[in-house]
Design a protein around this ligand. Structure first.
Ligand code: PXP
Length: 249
């Protein structure tokens, strides 16, 4: 372990998609994702993550527009590698864009992007985003092949999919998935990639991930919004922030 790296601040990106999910259940304006972004910022979030899905099931174009104009934190736009999303990203220029796979019927992002198999599809999209000054990341499984493909595409950032770790039940599986994440974080860092991670993280499973010295950012959404129902969004974000800091100290 490298002591000085280990103490570096681990950024927390708060994904507010599911504030919009609750709002959309009734079709009005409440609860407001913009207010959620402001509360998350006040509670110590370092960024706001939103996923504008093809079917607009949670965040809408209007949310992106309003957030872009109003919040001080950097926006990380999760997007599918489509012409429609590329045009939207180029129009609103979020700080960062995280390219994710998207299948219409899935409940949430189920697997990582196939950066290796889709090089030729991704390459022009990555290039146009980067030419516009947007920091591009790819959401991939913790797999050496995908990390090497990301490096070949020239992206500065990769986000490791922590879903299989978060959803593992047997202790052996948890340990094996954690080991995969650690290996991938090392490989990615050795390739010169800034490493992020996210999906399915909770108070209970965040510590071993937050402790990985190679990671610079975690993106956390569903659990925080669910917890906010009980304790409020600021309290939930503060407690996650504290759990991350404790794991790093
Ligand atoms: N990172 C990426 C790339 C995602 O697609 C998601 C889910 O939208 C998250 C992080 C956050 O996952 P969760 O909502 O399970 O915390």
């Amino acid at each position: 372990m490298n002591g000085h790296l280990h103490s570096a601040h681990l950024r927390l990106g708060v994904n507010i998609d599911h504030v919009a999910t609750i709002r959309n259940a009734r079709g009005g304006l409440h609860p407001c994702p913009l207010r959620a972004a402001e509360l998350a910022a006040a509670a110590g979030a370092d960024g706001i993550t939103i996923h504008l899905r093809e079917d607009r099931r949670h965040i809408t174009d209007d949310d992106l527009i309003r957030l872009s104009g109003a919040i001080s934190l950097p926006i990380n736009l999760e997007m599918a590698a489509t012409d429609e999303m590329l045009a939207i990203a180029l129009a609103y220029r979020p700080h960062a864009a995280c390219i994710v796979p998207e299948r219409r019927a899935e409940r949430t992002t189920e697997g990582g992007l196939d950066a290796a198999g889709q090089h030729n599809t991704l390459q022009p999209i990555v290039a146009r985003l980067q030419d516009a000054g947007i920091r591009v990341s790819l959401f991939v499984a913790p797999d050496a092949r995908q990390l090497e493909a990301a490096a070949r595409l020239g992206v500065p950032v990769v986000e490791l999919h922590t879903g299989p770790y978060a959803h593992a039940l047997a202790q052996d599986d948890v340990a094996a998935e954690l080991a995969r994440l650690i290996r991938a974080a090392d490989i990615g860092a050795a390739l010169g990639l800034e490493m992020h991670a996210g999906h399915g993280l909770t108070y209970d499973n965040v510590a071993p991930v937050a402790a990985m010295e190679q990671l610079a950012e975690l993106n956390i959404g569903h659990f925080l919004i669910g917890e906010a129902v009980f304790v409020g969004l600021e309290a939930a974000v503060r407690r996650m922030r504290a759990a991350m800091d404790e794991a790093r100290s």
